[in-house]
Design a protein around this ligand. Sequence first.
Ligand code: DAT
Ligand code: MG
Length: 138
Amino acid sequence: MTAEETLVLVKPDGVARGLTGVILARIEAKGYVVTDLRLVQPDRDRLAAHYAEHEGKPFYEPLLEFMMSGPSVAIRLAGDRVIEGFRSLAGTTDPTTAAPGTIRGDLGRDWGLAVQQNLVHGSDSVESATRELEIWFS
Ligand code: DAT
Ligand code: MG
């Protein structure tokens, strides 16, 4: 049986702040396996596909602008229950209140912007993971 897979992104803030290594170290220390990894400068079409569920929300345009502001590191990650497990490692969306011990809680903060810069993305379901891996690794 094939292990579950998820898409993780180290977003432009994480790459720009030089945190790719510490984020990868946390993922590897947890025991998940990186099976593919690439530095990607996404265009608007790729991001619109990735964030389709958020179209029309107040933070949508700022989110796309932020995600186009620099490269992200796209990671294909494998392991049993990796979708749930990485979301737990990442912490909740708002970095101000994300639990200490999580990536967002330890390494992120509010910068007073229209969109939260919270360092990482992780797929939220098997369906999302399949869709998002195709978007970033095709
Ligand atoms: P997550 O990344 O935790 O799955 P999401 O899918 O709801 O969160 O939103 C995508 C990104 O958009 C999120 O990582 C940060 C930003 N965001 C979400 N809700 C926001 C809000 N209310 N205000 C500002 N930015 C927000
Ligand atoms: Mg999400």
